[in-house]
Ligand binder design. Structure first.
Ligand code: UDP
Length: 322
């Protein structure tokens, strides 16, 4: 079969591409390379079954031939990225989702939206089930991502209801693993890169806020099962194993063996105080739950960052003029 992956050069998008190729399919990855990186796809591109279109999916997407499925993963996704790219984030969630849905409709293809736990905002219900409508500040700095994804979900459901499009919505909670950008600003990559460089771990606020971290391979299993399922409404995908940011800092110190101090920084505006997925629905309709422990996932991720840490050091040396 032949699939489109928007955001195919990104962290999750490139893993989707890799899985689909491994299943024997043809894939066209689309990415404007603003936050995606060609090097995520380069090793996969040696396979003749991968095509690449460098374009912004807010513009009309022209793809010839048959398409059986569209995985819509294009969007800045790390808080640092979407705070730096607020208009692009709103545009890709709204206009980009419209174009990707239009492509799926024209091809009679199944569509999967990569949505987010950010639709729940700073949640007043804990853990978060899909039935919770969320607590989002529409005009705060994070609103650009939260509202874009909420709009994307609404548009996806409208295409399903009006046009009968086969749609799936994955509400993806914090995910980590190989291919995260070392400088993407998320907590797992920040802490690991800081530890490997012998720098202090930057804990925002008092570090008592919680997140629940899912290893990327578990997440991919969930995404592909959801795509294959017949469940139309949103499904939470994430690991319910909840930790404070301070606990994560300790686990990263253990996984790297780095004796680095903690340095507190101001808490970003509207930073959710708690987050944990209720995955009862995913267990029931997908028969899915994460298997990789945070300790094991961190070991794999540290190994990945160790391989590229030479590059990181060279890059910072270059910037510092050394
Ligand atoms: N965080 C932190 N230090 C960092 C980066 C993030 O303490 O260097 C905190 C951040 O304030 C948030 C949590 O870690 O409470 C997760 O942040 P991340 O950017 O990974 O994703 P979020 O879950 O906020 O979308």
């Amino acid at each position: 079969m032949r699939f489109i992956v928007t955001g195919g050069a990104g962290f999750l998008g490139s893993h989707v591409v890799e899985r689909l190729l491994a299943q024997g399919h043809e894939v066209v990855a689309i990415d404007n390379l603003i936050t995606g990186r060609w090097l995520n796809l380069e090793p996969l591109a040696r396979d003749g079954r991968l095509g690449f279109l460098q374009q912004d999916v807010t513009e009309f997407i022209a793809v010839d031939g048959e398409v059986h499925g569209v995985f819509h993963f294009a969007s800045p996704a790390s808080p640092g990225d979407y705070l730096a790219l607020p208009i692009q984030t709103l545009k890709v969630g709204a206009l980009g989702t419209h174009k990707a849905l239009g492509l799926a409709r024209a091809k009679g293809a199944r569509f999967l939206l990569a949505s987010t736990s950010e639709v729940y905002g700073d949640p007043a219900v804990h853990p978060q089930p899909e039935t919770y409508w969320g607590h989002v500040n529409p005009v705060g700095p994070r609103g650009v991502y939260d509202e874009a994804k909420r709009f994307a979900e609404a548009l996806t459901m409208a295409y399903h209801r009006v046009h009968g499009l086969e749609t799936r919505i994955a509400r993806i909670f914090n995910t980590y693993g190989p291919r995260m950008r070392p400088n993407d600003g998320r907590v797992v990559s920040n802490f690991i890169v800081q530890a490997l460089r012998g720098e202090p771990l930057t804990v925002y606020g008092d570090g008592r806020q919680t997140r629940s971290f899912c290893y990327v391979e578990d997440m991919l299993d969930g995404i592909l099962r959801l795509f294959e399922s017949d469940h139309v409404g949103p499904v939470n995908l994430g690991n319910p194993d909840e930790h404070t940011v301070l606990e994560l800092a300790e686990l990263v110190r253990e996984a790297t063996g780095a004796h680095v101090p903690i340095e507190h920084r101001p808490l970003p505006e509207d930073d959710p105080k708690v987050r944990r997925p209720d995955i009862s629905l995913a267990r029931r309709v997908l028969g899915w739950e994460p298997r990789v422990s945070l300790e094991e996932g961190l070991r794999q991720t540290v190994a990945y960052f160790r391989q590229i840490v030479g590059d990181i050091t060279e890059e910072s040396d270059r910037r510092a003029g050394r």
